[in-house]
Design a protein around this ligand. Structure first.
Ligand code: FAD
Length: 560
């Protein structure tokens, strides 16, 4: 019988990062992976909140690479060999069947929300094959016992330990651990072992996906030229094409490869199937051809792997933690890629579990039940919140004005969280509720928005009257006002939102700060604060100093 303190199942970035942090804290960790690296993974578009978590992990545990991978500029300077894409913000267009996207100047059905003030501070799309592989290698270097190609035959969770039966390359072994973390994603490995019940029936969002990676995708700026200049070049972002059947994402990596997929509502998928699109490729072709501007963008595109179809991507469990075990968010629940919540939520959970183990490193060496109860409650509320934000967005897709108004709920929530966290970077922010959970203003809004939208659409795709739509937008503007530090939901912006430091300064009181205090804090928000000289806390004597890092490799310039 082999033994370790913590067994982690699944070596996506969440499992590998958590394993590595726990090794840094002095725990004896085994990381078990079914496949091998490098390997394809979906879930590529990062956000400011994800990067904040990555920075905090880097600083707290001396993971220098995490700090450098948290902005596009630092990534390029330090890790040019890891493929990534420049993501300046969120771009949305509304397309209509058999009509080219209509350039109506500032009245176009187009919404751009910048997430960073310039390229160097920008977020990134992660080429997961490269980044996940990198994090596994770093975990091994930190002392994690990594074993790939494993088949976990059973997991027996008792009150004092966990017992795993594992087969690797045909050889069986038994592993005893004090604690088990399921980071295996949507497969439901631990849910099956523990007979955890599904909570899917209580959730709202349903979608199917058809997706691949492509070369040769043309820029929107080329196929729909002449649009008014936005806060960043439209294509260097997470591009969302809203269509009658759902929506499409298009994420461009710096080397020109594009990750693209259509998310289809149940009605959208059924309509396509009944029109004869039977397999993934036929579905893809039918969708692309129905929308002429998307068809132009993909006219010369070649899939770099077979186009894949999944009829349902949602999953949800009813428990996220118990005595001696915990699930990472992606093992617990997944809603939809809309608004790119997955990476940020997963990294927040890495932080929370790392803090839980850190606080018990000199005592029981497994988290107390009250911490696990808190973790469970947080994930439960947050999964519901993501579901409501996304379900509302699907409802709002019937009319671009409704969508643009509802989207403001998301952007106000994350911009308020980002600025608050940057201004008060203490460790406890990892436990702040994700997407406004626990905030008396923001917490109830997604559910209420969904209710109001359904009243307008009658759950059958109605667009309501112009008064209905104006009334909804006014309600959003009013509801988010106490947290709207970013100057969002302003009609005079014409749906083109830069990062607006002037609005932030003007609204200093919403952050509970004087104007002078906010001005003093601005360098941290503008990314002009000096690079931290060393991990601000060295834990277990193994956290490395940022000073120890070798001189950076020369990077390629960021695309413009
Ligand atoms: C279609 C889609 C699009 C998405 N887009 C975005 C996005 O744009 N932005 C965003 O933030 N999030 C997105 N997400 C969410 C994102 O994919 C997840 O948040 C992220 O992958 C979670 O990482 P992870 O390491 O927890 O799990 P995963 O990436 O799922 O990794 C799980 C690992 O566990 C291994 N494994 C599985 N089963 C076993 C087993 N039984 N034994 C051992 N190993 C096992 C797998 O091989 C894999 O290596 C998307 C998700 C989907 C489904």
């Amino acid at each position: 019988m082999q033994s370790c303190e913590i067994a982690i199942v699944g070596s996506g970035f969440a499992g590998s990062l958590l394993a590595r942090v726990l090794a840094v804290l002095g725990y004896d960790v085994v990381l078990l992976e079914r496949g091998t690296h490098p390997r394809f993974a979906i879930g590529e578009s990062s956000t400011p909140l994800a990067n904040l978590s990555l920075e905090r992990l880097g600083l707290r545990y001396g993971l220098v690479d995490c700090y450098h991978l948290a902005t596009h500029g630092r990534w390029l300077a330090h890790f040019p060999e890891l493929r990534r894409g420049l993501k300046r913000g969120f771009t949305f267009y509304r397309h209509h069947p058999d009509q080219p996207f209509e350039n109506r100047g500032l009245d176009s059905e187009r919404l751009l929300v910048a997430a960073s003030p310039d390229n160097s501070l920008s977020d990134t799309h992660w080429l997961r094959a490269d980044l996940d592989h990198h994090f596994v290698r770093q975990a091994v270097a930190a002392g994690v016992d990594y074993r790939d190609c494993v088949d976990i035959l059973s997991a027996d969770v008792a009150s004092d330990s966990v017992h795993l039966s594992v087969s690797r390359n045909g050889t069986a072994f038994e592993l005893r651990a004090n604690f088990l973390i399921d980071a295996s994603g949507p497969g439901g490995f631990l849910a099956r072992q523990l007979s955890l019940t599904s909570g899917l029936e209580h959730t709202e969002t349903r979608s199917a996906i058809v997706f691949s990676h492509f070369s040769g995708v043309r820029l929107m700026n080329d196929v729909a030229p002449g649009m008014p200049e936005g806060p960043y070049p439209d294509d260097w972002s997470a591009v969302h094409h809203l269509i009658d059947e759902g929506w499409m994402y298009s994420l461009r990596f710096d080397d020109g490869v594009t990750s693209a997929g259509f998310l289809l509502t149940p009605q959208g998928a059924t309509a396509l199937n009944s029109s004869g699109a039977a397999d993934a490729e036929a579905l893809w072709r039918a969708l692309v051809q129905r929308y002429p501007t998307i068809a132009s963008a993909f006219a010369e595109a070649t899939p770099l792997m077979p186009i894949a179809f999944q009829p349902a991507i949602q999953h949800r469990l009813t428990r996220a933690a118990g005595e001696r075990w915990a699930l990472m968010p992606h093992a617990y629940a997944f809603v939809d890629p809309l608004f790119s919540t997955g990476i940020a939520w997963s990294l927040r959970a890495v932080e929370r579990l790392a803090l839980a183990f850190e606080s018990t490193a000199h005592h029981r060496r497994v988290p107390d039940s009250d911490v696990l109860t808190r973790y469970n409650a947080a994930l439960d509320a947050e999964a519901d919140q993501i579901d409501h934000v996304v379900a509302g967005a699907y409802e709002a897709m019937t009319h671009f004005d409704l969508f643009a108004a509802h989207a403001m709920l998301y952007f106000v929530t994350v911009s308020f969280a980002e600025v608050s966290q940057r201004l008060a970077p203490e460790e406890s922010v990892a436990w702040n509720g994700f997407l406004g959970i626990g905030d008396p203003v923001l917490d109830p809004l997604p559910r209420e928005s969904l209710r109001r939208l359904r009243h307008i659409t009658r759950r059958r795709g109605d667009i309501g009257t112009s008064d209905d739509r104006r009334g909804f937008a006014e309600w959003v503007t009013h509801a988010i006002a106490p947290r709207n530090i970013a100057g969002l939901a302003q009609p005079e912006r014409r749906n083109l939102y830069p990062v607006d430091f002037d609005a932030l300064i003007e609204r200093h009181a919403l952050l509970g700060m004087s104007r002078l205090r906010l001005l003093a804090a601005l360098p941290a928000l503008r990314g002009m604060a000096p690079e931290p000289p060393f991990a601000y806390q060295s834990v277990g004597g193994r956290a490395t100093s940022l000073r120890d890092r070798p001189a950076p490799a020369r990077g390629r310039p960021a695309p413009r």
